[in-house]
Design a protein around this ligand. Structure first.
Ligand code: CA
Ligand code: CA
Length: 503
């Protein structure tokens, strides 16, 4: 929507639109894609041949789970709130059968008979926090067996049947991965437990979600904000990648449990002690630790987060190619404070513009969706997204541009100025004639039907005029239109803001 009725001419030199900060290269990788090759007929024959082994292992798993469940229940007798006080040594000793059971599961059920371990885990009083990469349920099993630590786990896991009881026995620190408040609480709890030697090691998977292990994704700072020494640990898998990504656990279980023998390796890296700077800046401490882990794993790191995985599932629902629909949330949070709900709204918008579901948006599709013609102004707005000047943008670039536009404070004050500029008779609302005149100013060749369409999409209550609420609400939801106005009338953006009230 473009409003520019007032006769005031642009007195300042043309400054153009503000440009978003660079978002860096597209990592061009989907850490949440299923890493296993598609199942071939030969594989199916193999699965069938191995069926007896699978059945045997399932039975074994059941027996161990029942024994483990009973021991955990016994160990938890009389415990009122397992999440706030460390168990005394005698109670922890009741968990030994579970610890042995876990190793037995890895041994008999998943075929990891021997787990070579490089390096040594530092004692708790040297490095109270263990961090590890996170690909599957196997690293938590290993850490449980090797250290019986307290772990940070997604809140919803503690409510799972069966597994939930085990997690209570582990005295987990529950995290709500979506709420920023709970994250803050969890960080405080991590600190409390890590500083108190009565608790066991605190084990944390700082990626906050499982990946396919091809990269290390963004680290959450909870493990690093206490500023305590950290024992990094990395797990590598050899024959089968057991990544628990968007497929659910069953394919992984099928692969692992039909394989007579599987291979994994664990390496404890040198303990990381934070510098004075890193103590004050958990993000930079996290980066240092991540770098050393990536080096040991010989992989790159990206700034994807759990929210990318979540958004990718939304993308599948919208029939957008999931591997092209990753915003790299770590970058977007850092630069634009992007939250999940806005990203989801941008995804819906992107998907409606990208009618072919190709994952890319050309300038003509972009402008068609906005009902705007190709002009130098609209081109300038598209270039704000297409910073590499390719003529098309992907979702990541789209999110960056939208998030940038909606966080521009100069833009929100410009909404008011634009409204006043369009409201020629100063009656506090925009009539059809006022809107038409403003649009004609910016897009002389725009057809009346198209203008009508734009007008109607703003006039939500169909009373024939556009109120201030309708106008500002529309531009907040669709900041790309505001960008078009600003491109056409930069004097509105760089105005002196003491010209009385809107409406
Ligand atoms: Ca008016
Ligand atoms: Ca109205």
């Amino acid at each position: 929507m473009a409003m520019a009725a007032s006769a005031t001419s642009c007195s300042s030199p043309r400054k153009g639109l503000p440009r978003p900060p660079p978002i860096g290269d597209d990592p061009n990788i989907n850490p949440f894609a299923d890493p296993r090759p598609p199942i071939t007929p030969l594989r199916i024959v193999f699965f069938i041949l191995m069926l007896p082994l699978l059945i045997l292992r399932v039975l074994f798993l059941l027996v161990i789970l029942i024994i483990g469940y009973i021991s955990v229940k016994l160990a938890l007798i009389g415990v009122k709130d397992p999440l706030f006080r460390p168990f005394p040594p005698w109670r922890r000793s009741l968990l030994w059968p579970v610890r042995i059971g876990v190793r037995a599961i890895m041994f008999f059920v998943f075929g990891y008979y021997w787990i070579p371990t490089k390096g040594k885990c530092a004692p708790r009083d040297v490095a109270p926090i263990i961090v590890s990469n996170h690909i599957s349920f196997l690293e938590p099993l290993f850490v449980f067996y090797a250290h019986l630590p307290v772990i940070v786990s997604a809140k919803e896991n503690a409510e799972l049947p069966l597994v939930g009881v085990f997690l209570q026995a582990l005295q987990i620190i529950p995290v709500d991965r979506v709420s920023p408040n709970s994250r803050h609480d969890a960080a405080a709890q991590i600190k409390r437990r890590a500083m108190d030697n009565f608790w066991p090691h605190v084990a944390i998977f700082p990626e906050g979600t499982t990946t396919n292990g091809k990269v290390l994704i963004s680290f959450k700072t909870g493990a690093f904000s206490p500023g305590l020494p950290i024992q990094p640990m990395v797990v590598k898998y050899r024959n089968i990648n057991p990544a628990w990504v968007n497929t659910g656990p069953y394919p992984i279980l099928l692969h692992l449990m039909t394989q007579p023998i599987n291979f994994m390796e664990v390496e404890y890296l040198d303990v990381c002690v934070p510098t004075r700077h890193e103590m004050a800046h958990p993000r930079s401490y996290a980066d240092t630790v991540r770098k050393s882990m990536a080096q040991a794993l010989n992989i790159r790191f990206t700034d994807h987060t759990f929210l990318d995985a979540k958004l990718a599932m939304e993308a599948v629902k919208l029939q957008q190619p999931a591997e092209l629909t990753l915003a790299e949330f770590g970058v977007m949070e850092r630069l634009f404070h992007l939250n999940y709900d806005s990203a989801k709204a941008y995804l819906q918008k992107f998907s409606s513009m990208d009618s072919t579901h190709s994952g890319y948006l050309r300038i003509d599709q972009f402008l068609d969706a906005l009902n705007l013609p190709l002009t130098p102004f609209t081109q300038e707005v598209f270039q704000l997204f297409d910073t590499a000047d390719k003529g098309y943008i992907n979702f990541r670039e789209f999110v960056a541009g939208m998030a940038f536009l909606s966080t521009q404070t100069s833009f929100s004050s410009a909404i008011e100025v634009a409204f006043r500029a369009c409201d020629a008779d100063h009656d506090g609302s925009l009539s059809w004639a006022e809107v038409q005149r403003s649009l004609k100013n910016i897009f002389p060749e725009m057809q009346t039907t198209v203008m009508m369409k734009l007008f109607n999409s703003l006039d939500l209550d169909h009373d024939g005029v556009i109120s201030w609420d309708e106008f500002s609400g529309f531009l907040q939801r669709n900041p790309e239109y505001l960008a078009v106005i600003m491109a056409a009338r930069p004097d509105l953006l760089y105005h002196d803001s003491e010209q009385g009230d809107h409406v």
